[in-house]
Design a protein around this ligand. Structure first.
Ligand SMILES: NC(=O)c1ccc[n+]([C@@H]2O[C@H](COP(=O)([O-])OP(=O)(O)OC[C@H]3O[C@@H](n4cnc5c(N)ncnc54)[C@H](O)[C@@H]3O)[C@@H](O)[C@H]2O)c1
Ligand SMILES: [Zn+2]
Length: 305
């Protein structure tokens, strides 16, 4: 792996892995990923929208590196986190002759990351995978921490595994093609890190949140770094959500998941939108229970607008 200006390591029971945060990493990915290309090829799992928007940038570097890029394109959206898509993905990976020593690259949002990570965790009893997250939500949340999985009829994320990636490459410029609604959805998880334990960072969000949404690169880098560092700290403390620390990351999610279930996890309400409302509701409940002052929910509501 290249030495990279911005690096945060995530420690877990089985070791540690680096998260690189740098504009332009997608262009440099071929160089960074070359050591993982067995037999001069790399299998990339992506969805159609990401592949159309960001695939050409990734491909440029590989063309000159003598590494064949083999894309496997899955359906766009939450429906890709399903048994049928998983089975199809596994069958295609086996047909390509993937061995445990191969590395599979997840190139997309949280859906592609969760699906690919889970496929990697069960294929040949566990293959290596690398995440290149392309949504704000995936860059600040889902690519960090090793939770992988799919949805089943009984509910979301009910089948899965803890399986950490070997590395995560975060290129904030990937967000240039992300629809604004998706940016705002991911931003809710950024604010969450301020609300669960870093008042200074929440103050920063109040001052710079609009810049993050509007596409200011420096603001985005700062927000991503602070979020990844916060999540890495919590994951190192409570990798499997057994001691309680990691449950903090679910702040706003109890209400949020109820709202998502009510809207059948469809596009009417994106995950981050549900979490933003959920955090406001959680503060409201806390006021009713007398465990926080009235000014707190007002501030959160004002920030989310
Ligand atoms: N594993 C975890 O710890 C964890 C944490 C939070 C959320 N999640 C999961 O993440 C999933 C949601 O992830 P998401 O919000 O990234 O959704 P997503 O992966 O569906 O991506 C959202 C949309 O943006 C498009 N897109 C992605 N990157 C793009 C880009 N750079 N340019 C243009 N379009 C782009 C995708 O094609 C998709 O249509 C949920 O399934 C959720 O359960 C997992
Ligand atoms: Zn979330």
């Amino acid at each position: 792996m290249l030495a990279c200006a911005s690096r945060i390591d995530v420690e877990h029971a089985g070791g540690a892995y680096p998260i690189f945060i740098e504009p332009g990493l997608i262009h440099a990915a071929a160089e960074m990923l070359a050591p993982y290309a067995r037999n001069d090829r790399l299998i990339i799992v992506s969805d159609g929208q990401v592949w159309a928007a960001q695939g050409p940038r990734l491909r440029i570097g590989f063309a000159g590196a003598g590494i064949a890029l083999i894309p496997i394109i899955v359906a766009v959206g939450e429906q890709a986190k399903s048994w049928s898509v998983l089975i199809n993905l596994i069958d295609r990976l086996i047909a390509l002759g993937v061995e445990r020593t191969d590395t599979i690259v997840a190139f997309g949002g949280g859906v592609v990351g969760d699906l690919t990570g889970f496929a990697a965790s069960i294929l040949k009893r566990g293959c290596t995978y690398i995440q290149i997250p392309t949504t704000l939500l995936a860059q600040v949340d889902s690519s960090v921490g090793g939770k992988t999985g799919i949805n089943v009829q009984a509910g979301k994320n009910l089948v899965g595994a803890f399986h950490h990636p070997a590395a995560v490459l975060i290129d904030p410029t990937a967000l240039d093609t992300l629809p604004e609604r998706q940016v705002k959805s991911g931003y809710a998880e950024i604010v969450k890190y301020g609300l669960i334990g870093d008042a200074g960072f929440f103050n920063w969000c109040e001052a710079h949140g609009h810049a993050v949404i509007a596409g200011d690169l420096e603001a985005r880098i700062h927000a991503i770094r602070a979020s990844v560092a916060a999540k890495a700290r919590i994951v190192a403390e409570d990798e499997r959500e057994t001691s309680g620390a990691r449950q903090l990351l679910n702040f706003g999610h109890t209400f949020g998941h109820a709202l998502e279930a009510e809207t059948r996890f469809g596009s009417a309400l994106l995950h981050g939108e549900a979490v933003a409302i959920g955090m406001k509701l959680a503060f409201g409940l806390s006021v009713e229970l007398g465990i926080c002052g009235k000014e707190d929910p007002d501030r959160v509501s004002e920030h989310f607008g």
